[in-house]
Design a protein around this ligand. Structure first.
Ligand code: DX5
Ligand code: ZN
Length: 223
């Protein structure tokens, strides 16, 4: 699955930017990745609930909301109520991640747990039993256009193994620095869903970029 991140899109034309990856065929995004930042959990400020509500009205594509915010226990369920398909919170910010996952699901969304590059996965294996998605950050959260950190692929391999042996039931998502050069190693490590911001919206034709990333991942995963 490919999830273009609108962080790298033109914020004055968000609807049209999403439409550019909402056609048919391999250039159609599986999810639209929406980066919510509060200037506290990360040193950047982006968009919030009113924009997500408007995007939900605008597009039929599932919204994948990545909340880089403090106190997600309080704020994240609102994104589920707004119709997000998947709501991902950071384990470093959540106070009670198990209760939060239950609240997200009760509000009608899939629950996602994100871990920063320096956060080990081993401490959260029991917590992850309550989640539908694990988002492995492959850059420090906060900005698009950073370089991929290959060390995080060990966490992807661990998660892949746990899913394939039936110990966890979740999608493995990766976010940060994914492009034509880096997607193959991520796919080989076992990623299910690839977030790509600058590689999609920095390209002349976003749908073509989505199709190219999809094909590269497919080839690498089949190896
Ligand atoms: C960074 C965000 C990412 C960002 C990825 O904190 O979570 O979703 O948009 O951008 P690229 O693909 O350019 O690294
Ligand atoms: Zn993100």
């Amino acid at each position: 699955m490919i999830a273009p991140s609108i962080l790298s899109a033109d914020f004055a034309r968000l609807g049209a930017e999403i439409d550019a990856v909402a056609g048919s065929g391999d250039g159609r995004a599986d999810w639209v990745h929406v980066d919510v930042m509060d200037n506290h959990f990360v040193p950047n400020l982006t968009i919030g609930l009113p924009v997500v509500e408007s995007l939900r009205e605008h597009t039929g594509l599932p919204l994948d909301c990545h909340l880089m915010i403090e106190d997600p226990d309080r704020w994240a369920p609102g994104y589920a109520e707004a119709g997000a398909h998947n709501v991902t919170v950071h384990v470093e910010a959540a106070h009670d991640p198990v209760m939060l996952a239950k609240n997200l699901r009760a509000a009608g969304a899939k629950a996602g747990l994100a871990i920063k590059p320096g956060t080990p996965i081993e401490d959260y294996l029991d917590t992850l039993k309550h989640y539908d998605t694990l988002l492995v950050m492959s850059v420090e959260p906060g900005f698009g256009g950073q370089s991929f950190i290959p060390d995080v692929l060990d966490k992807v391999r661990t998660a892949r193994r746990l899913v394939d042996t039936g110990h966890l039931t979740l999608l493995v998502e990766i976010d940060g620095g994914i492009n034509a050069d880096t997607i193959e190693q991520a796919a080989e490590a076992g990623v299910d869903c690839f977030v790509a911001g600058s590689a999609v919206y920095g390209a002349g034709d976003p749908a073509k970029a989505v199709a190219a990333l999809r094909e590269a991942a497919r080839v690498a995963r089949a190896r």
